[in-house]
Design a binder for this molecule. Structure first.
Ligand code: CTP
Ligand code: CA
Length: 225
């Protein structure tokens, strides 16, 4: 059969994937976001579906072509993404937080366009909820994968995030490395668990990275249904 062995590693599993950069409103025509293209999250959603999972893709701001055949729940802010994830959380088996969630948002989103006035303008930001950390605190049967985009000290930051957010696996990449990070079709990641580095995945397509990451996760998740 075509549908056996490695092909259906996530058969019967419900998987939530978040992708893209959240949009934090300043006013009706302006917002804060980041360079995330959504490509890594889209690749994970596509491969998870190929591996037999029931995929729920939640995407904020993206520039990449969305995967065909997977419906997308569109969200804007970190708060919106958190609500969307929570609606699926109880029933999910695996959550992959590939989204670049904004750390801060404007204290208030103005209801009308802010007019130009003085020579300086101060925008006050307040911290967003950490979605992954919150899931890490309330997880039961769920398997949690976090991402970390870093510009150095990969291992230190990765291990810190993994523990702080109670993740099962964390995929860290150096966004300054060639062929890794934002906008490009390739990535290179190091995968960590509680004991340290599990695997170093050299530069390859984001789909191949997704396949390796999900294969490791599937091998560690609870028994096949
Ligand atoms: N994350 C999240 N909610 C946030 C911020 C981050 O769920 N408000 C998730 C990301 O989706 C990612 C992981 O946490 O899976 C790590 O994100 P990262 O930005 O690297 O970590 P931070 O804890 O925000 O630390 P810093 O930005 O200071 O490096
Ligand atoms: Ca952050």
């Amino acid at each position: 059969s075509l549908l056996n062995g490695d092909e259906r590693l996530l058969s019967g599993k419900k998987v939530i994937v978040t992708a893209g950069g959240t949009i934090e409103r300043i006013d009706p025509v302006r917002y804060i976001t980041n360079d995330s293209s959504g490509k890594m999250g889209f690749a994970i959603a596509k491969v998870a579906q190929e591996l037999g999972a029931d995929v729920h893709l939640i995407a904020a701001n993206t520039s990449a072509e969305p995967p065909v055949g997977i419906s997308i729940e569109k969200v804007q802010s970190a708060d919106d993404m958190y609500s969307a994830v929570l609606r699926q959380w109880e029933e999910s088996d695996l959550v992959v937080m590939a989204a670049a969630v904004a750390d801060y948002r404007p204290r208030e989103a103005a209801q009308t366009k802010i007019k130009k006035k003085d020579s300086t303008f101060t925008l006050e930001l307040v911290k967003n909820i950490d979605i992954l950390e919150s899931l890490g605190r309330s997880k039961k049967h769920q398997f949690l994968i976090g991402f970390a985009a870093e510009t150095g000290n990969l291992e230190t930051y990765a291990m810190d995030k993994l523990e702080r957010k109670n993740c099962d696996l964390l995929a860290a990449n150096d966004v300054t490395a060639d062929g890794a990070g934002f906008g490009v079709d390739t990535n290179a990641v190091q995968i960590y668990d509680r004991g340290g580095m599990v695997e170093r995945i050299p530069v390859q397509s984001k789909e191949e990275v997704a396949r390796k990451l999900l294969t490791i996760a599937a091998g560690r998740m609870g028994g096949v249904l």
